[in-house]
Design a protein around this ligand. Structure first.
Ligand SMILES: *Cc1c(COP(=O)(O)O)cnc(C)c1O
Length: 341
């Protein structure tokens, strides 16, 4: 895979030497017994960062989202989220499988719901309708092309939720990508949301891991659900160490990913085979191809030239910049796209 430029996702990064050394030195215990000191350190650190009482380290962002939705709802409840959302599209139908909830999809702007979308979609309290119980927002929005929420919209959504006895979960898989752009703080989101999930395995560069934060009572429930799902892990401090390293060293580096994504995005706008590039706000570039190319042909031609990308809906291509994507690779990528007639 040498020399290949892999922009399929920001999950493709490999842990570097320093991260591996940090992992190697981790002190571990048995986390199902609750005595892995490195996991405890990470959970306390992340809880404090978000202004929450507690946190839970999990193998994936899918698991943190699924646990949160399960802990916040009862079967038959309804969850409001955007049509593009990861919890609806990319978690294997987990909302039905794990929580037995129905889903109310709303059409936000590049994945971002407006307060009106919530107030219009809360069911009246009667025996006919599912009980609206939870709102799930995603920041940044993956399918929205890495778009960032206006925090004022989230604050207003939070007020609507409070008034109507709804809970709120944030799928913050790429929340830090938003924070480095806006200057907002994790606790700003901890205040709005009942629970927040963040991935270490995306732009932050850890091999595995996501954190779920919330109240003590919520995390107590979440820990039980994690065990039921088979997510109780033993000497997992080695992986928690990678997450600690990532959060302490790699947050500001996200800005470089954004700069490179913006440069690549604006170059793509000049290509004749590109119809539209979604505005690039963070590290995700989504563009649609003109009819000249079939999506599959385009992707395999790119791969032949040494650049990997993924299809993201009809005629849409997604590129994601990350820690292992350098300035040298950026100029090579631009050359490759230049070479696509
Ligand atoms: C990647 C991602 C997740 C979690 O994915 P895992 O691969 O299960 O860690 C959740 N939400 C969004 C928006 C994501 O992009």
């Amino acid at each position: 895979m040498k020399n290949i430029i892999d922009l399929r996702s920001d999950t493709v990064t490999r842990p570097g030497k320093e991260m591996l050394e940090y992992m190697f030195k981790a002190e571990v215990g048995d986390d199902v017994f609750g005595d892995d000191p490195t996991v405890i350190f990470l959970e306390e650190k992340m809880a404090a960062m978000f202004g929450k009482e507690a946190a839970l380290f999990c193998p994936s962002g899918t698991m943190t989202n699924q646990i949160a939705m399960k802990a916040h709802t009862q079967p038959g409840d309804e969850i409001i989220c955007d049509t593009t959302s990861h919890v609806y599209n990319y978690e294997g139908g987990g909302i039905a499988f794990n929580s037995g909830c129905s889903v109310r999809l709303v059409n936000g702007d590049r994945g971002r719901m407006k307060p009106g979308h919530i107030s219009e979609n809360i069911n009246p309290d009667n025996v006919h309708n599912p009980r609206t119980r939870l709102v799930v927002a995603e920041n940044t929005s993956n399918k929205g092309g890495g778009s960032i929420y206006d925090i004022n919209d989230l604050i207003e959504i939070g007020e609507i939720c409070k008034k109507n006895d709804l809970l709120m979960h944030l799928d913050g898989a790429r929340l830090f990508n938003a924070l480095v752009e806006t200057g907002e703080k994790p606790e700003d989101f901890g205040k709005i949301f009942d629970s927040v999930s963040v991935c270490f395995s995306k732009g932050l560069g850890a091999p595995i891991g996501s954190i779920l934060t919330g109240s003590k009572n919520f995390i107590y429930k979440a820990r039980r659900i994690r065990k039921v799902l088979g997510g109780g892990m033993r000497q997992v401090g080695y992986l928690a160490a990678a997450a600690i390293y990532a959060i302490e060293n790699n947050v500001q580096k996200l800005k470089d990913d954004h700069r490179r994504a913006k440069e690549l995005g604006s170059f793509l706008e000049s290509r004749r085979y590109v119809e539209i590039v979604l505005p690039v706000q963070t590290n995700i570039i989504i563009f649609s191809l003109s009819e000249k190319y079939k999506q599959d042909e385009f992707l395999s031609l790119l791969a032949k030239k040494g650049l990997l990308a993924v299809g993201f809906g009809p005629q849409k291509i997604r590129l994601v910049t990350h820690l292992d994507f350098t300035d040298e690779m950026l100029s090579r990528s631009i050359d490759i796209f230049k070479g696509m007639a």
